[in-house]
Design a protein around this ligand. Structure first.
Ligand code: NDP
Length: 296
């Protein structure tokens, strides 16, 4: 039987509704969460991502705006701005859209974000908290969205064999940490891994974030596995595809996240959730992470 499609779009919509309810509730207490997105340069893909984030935030009743800088901005000016936003009591979330233009020090810029407002979860304090399994961390959005997708379909992780293909700072490493926190047995594969297929075939849960179009084919997947495709690639005809060859993998997997409509929408939903989490935690209010599950 071909794999069931994991509906990230529907799940993201449910999370966004939940976030909106939470924001409206906070407003009754005089708290109006605000997200500021910093964009440097005019890369069209980055501009689209940023616009989508701001629009989604506004739809979730979160005050949100883009702060744009030209590619020629002096690093000091950028750092000063981020420091100002970090110190501004009327700002709950600060996000710097990556990649930054050449000549700007990404690490310096990210570390200028106050960890309690770092809604992308990229500062070393949040990276460390994720590594230590601390729930007050602001988890990076894509890995958090992947776990939410697995939870929605009630995928057991405890004791299960999970393989993550990719070890980037924003997806591979943190998702591996989150899977470990959920007691999966985790293997991380990367570009130097030998015999990739042998490793991926062990996985009950396979997360693919390699940035290589259709790298994972059906013969590399265990019968009945759950496969999450993080990759996004545009074909010549304008349609999108992922890091997984969907046609062949669908014949082996039990569940497969599609591209588009899988991880992508979840990433944005988790950004909004992080903004609410940041708004609550920095005021000393408790935050209970919602878990949405689809009916069996
Ligand atoms: P990076 O390029 O930063 O990292 C890719 C990782 O995959 C690296 O660790 C690399 O290994 C590894 N890799 C590359 N080639 C192979 C291979 N042949 N076999 C095994 N491992 C390999 O990518 P990102 O993590 O940022 O993104 C991955 C994909 O996910 C991209 O397509 C990106 O567009 C997409 N993405 C989607 C998001 C969403 O919201 N849906 C969000 C973020 C990313 P090494 O470390 O050795 O170089």
């Amino acid at each position: 039987m071909p794999a069931q499609r994991m509906d990230g779009r529907r799940l993201a919509a449910l999370y966004r509704e939940k976030v909106k309810e939470e924001v409206l509730e906070l407003k009754t207490q005089g708290i109006s969460p605000r997200l500021v997105v910093v964009l440097v340069g005019s890369d069209p893909a980055s501009l689209t991502y940023v616009q989508n984030k701001v629009k989604a935030a506004q739809e979730g009743a979160i005050r949100s705006e883009v702060l744009r800088f030209p590619e020629t901005v002096r690093e000091e000016e950028l750092l000063e701005t981020i420091a100002r936003l970090s110190a501004d009591d009327d700002v709950d979330g600060v996000l710097v859209q990556l990649p930054l233009p050449q000549g700007l020090d990404k690490e310096k810029v990210i570390e200028q974000i106050a960890p309690e407002k770092d809604v992308d979860g990229f500062t070393y304090q949040n990276v460390g908290r994720v590594m230590l399994g601390q729930s007050r961390a602001l988890y990076p959005c894509t890995p958090q969205g992947i776990i939410a997708l697995l939870d929605a379909y009630r995928i057991p992780l405890l004791g299960e064999e999970a393989v993550v293909v990719g070890r980037s700072d924003i997806v591979g490493r943190p998702v591996a940490q989150l899977l470990l926190s959920r007691h999966a047995t985790v293997t991380i594969a990367h570009s130097k891994t030998r015999h990739l297929g042998e490793i991926t075939r062990r996985a009950q849960v396979l997360i693919v974030a390699a940035g290589v179009r259709e790298l994972i084919t059906g013969d590399m997947v265990k019968e009945g596995a759950v496969v999450i495709d993080v990759g996004i690639h545009r074909r010549a005809d304008g349609t999108l595809t992922g890091d997984v060859e969907a046609d062949s993998v669908r014949e082996k997997a039990r569940l497969l996240s599609p591209v588009p409509g899988g991880v992508g929408p979840m990433t944005i939903a988790m950004l909004l959730l992080n903004t609410v989490k940041a708004a609550r935690l920095r005021r000393g209010l408790p935050f209970h992470a919602p878990t949405i599950m689809f009916a069996e």
